[in-house]
Design a protein around this ligand. Structure first.
Ligand SMILES: [Zn+2]
Ligand SMILES: [Zn+2]
Length: 396
């Protein structure tokens, strides 16, 4: 053991000497060569991550971290390797999945595949099982080669959705469950805003916050300051539109196939502006109140559905606000301007966009009905009860 330790120590000294040498050479590089140097530096870091992942896999199997008093490997990485909880969990996920993904493992070890792409593949394997990823490994790796990690995440999410729509929905629901927002008390005149949103809500907020005029010539605000100002503007009451909610709907562009809208079992997910993939049920909810801007599908069906009147006309919307007053869910008191008009029978299933088939639901209740799978039941009071799905009818 001592001899092995000595050999590792001497290899480490030589690696450090090599890095010092590399750093000295980098300092002499300028212009376009400097860009190449930066790319090469990232690639070096990824090679080291591959070495780390391989070692971590064996360390995980040995259970040696327990000898240091750590309750699990993530805790050990946090305290010994100074990683954040998220960074530690990501590396443990990679170490555990790579042994089941031989091509990914090889490409990572040889530097053909970068760390962030590997992280995306490992996460996908965690969600749908390494076996499913292994079957498509070659084509996923070919795509990884042409995309940045953000684009590749979109591809991986779509792949997950194809593999297991139900699992993707469950994951989206988990992501939704993690949402929070905190707004601190002012400290030294500063209020800190911090939070997490699911993909759809995030896209909505990002679109709203980014949708401002381009900076004027003498606008010296940073992009971050402009976004902050925009957020404050949005919170001023005038921006909410008319009191009955008949004003313009929040703008969200989504691409979806006819199969996705119909809820066909192996249909792909929908794609938000920016490439994020969302589950089919989310597409059906968003489409319920007409934010779908592009539907891809087979010829005639496509034309027929594009013609269908799915957006609630302003007059109908006003009549709905007068009839329902707000969200119709039992015990809910959210006002009309915070509601969507929900098709009791979805328009894609030939439900008409008329008063008899429309009710107002606030966003949380609308989401429960679609993604949550809750049933609606009309009550004598004119309100609607939401019936929790039985575990048998929906596994998500
Ligand atoms: Zn709906
Ligand atoms: Zn409600």
């Amino acid at each position: 053991m001592a001899a092995t330790g000595d050999r590792l120590e001497s290899a480490r000294s030589r690696a450090i000497a090599a890095i010092d040498h590399y750093a000295a050479e980098m300092r002499h590089v300028e212009g376009s060569r400097l860009g190449e140097g930066l790319i090469a530096t990232r690639a070096l870091k990824d090679r080291v991550e591959a070495v780390f992942a391989e070692g971590l896999r064996r360390f995980d199997q040995s259970g040696e971290y327990a000898a240091d008093g750590a309750i699990d490997l993530v805790a050990w990485l946090r305290s010994k390797c100074k990683l954040s909880g998220g960074a530690a969990a990501e590396r443990v996920g990679i170490a555990r999945q790579l042994q089941h993904l031989p091509q990914t493992s090889k490409a990572f070890a040889t530097g053909e595949l970068g760390y962030q792409h590997v992280a995306v593949l490992a996460r996908t394997a965690e969600h749908v099982g390494a076996g499913a990823v292994r079957k498509a490994e070659a084509s996923l790796l070919a795509l990884a080669d042409t995309m940045d990690p953000g684009q590749f995440t979109g591809v991986a999410k779509n792949f997950e959705h194809r593999i297991d729509a139900q699992a993707a929905l469950a994951e989206a629901n988990r992501a939704h469950q993690r949402r929070y927002l905190t707004i601190s008390e002012p400290l030294d005149g500063i209020v800190r805003i911090d939070g997490l949103l699911d993909a759809e809500a995030g896209a909505l907020v990002r679109n709203a916050v980014n949708a401002s005029l381009p900076p004027a010539k003498d606008d010296d605000r940073t992009p971050g300051q402009r976004r902050a100002d925009r957020l404050v503007e949005l919170c001023q009451p005038r921006a909410f539109g008319s009191a009955d909610g008949a004003g313009p709907r929040p703008h969200l562009i989504i691409r979806a196939s006819v199969e996705t809208l119909l809820g066909t079992p192996d249909a792909p997910g929908g794609e938000l502006d920016g490439g994020t993939i969302v589950p089919a049920e989310t597409v059906r909810r968003i489409a319920c109140d007409a934010a779908i801007s592009r539907i891809i599908g087979k010829g005639e069906l496509d034309a027929e559905i594009t013609r269908a009147s799915r957006s609630t006309p302003a007059a109908t919307r006003r009549a709905l606000a007068a009839r329902d007053r707000g969200c119709v869910a039992e015990h809910c008191n959210r006002p009309a301007q915070w509601t969507d008009s929900h098709h009791v029978k979805h328009w894609i299933d030939q439900g008409p966009t008329t008063m008899s088939n429309l009710i107002l639901l606030c966003r949380p209740h609308h989401r429960k009905v679609h993604e949550g799978g809750w049933d609606l039941q009309r009550l004598a009071t004119g309100r609607w009860a939401l019936i929790r799905p039985t575990p048998r009818s929906r596994s998500a």
